[in-house]
Design a protein. Structure first.
Length: 93
């Protein structure tokens, strides 16, 4: 299975990882931008635990992940499907 390198954000509660630019997501989660005063600030509303918990993050805080084709199609995935690039290179060493 091939993979792609993409910017993602992780829900700190359920650890689902979301690809930036794929919002809204099929599971009901979505990302919104804040007003122009904080243009670099975004908020992830994750549908974990049947509620919309939110997590604010800055664009500069995004990390690069190796994303499986299946996760790319969905726009989100588990830590097993979307692996932090630094973690992937560390394991290979």
């Amino acid at each position: 299975m091939s993979s792609r390198i993409r910017s993602c954000v992780e829900c700190p509660k359920c650890h689902t990882r979301y690809l930036i630019g794929s919002s809204p997501y099929p599971n009901g989660s979505y990302i919104v931008t804040h007003p122009p005063a904080a243009a670099d600030l975004l908020r992830l509303y994750c549908a974990c635990d049947n509620s919309l918990s939110s997590h604010a993050f800055k664009l500069c805080e995004l990390k690069m992940y190796s994303v499986s084709d299946w996760a790319v199609r969905r726009g989100y995935g588990s830590p097993e499907e979307i692996v932090l690039v630094q973690a992937a290179t560390t394991k290979a060493s």
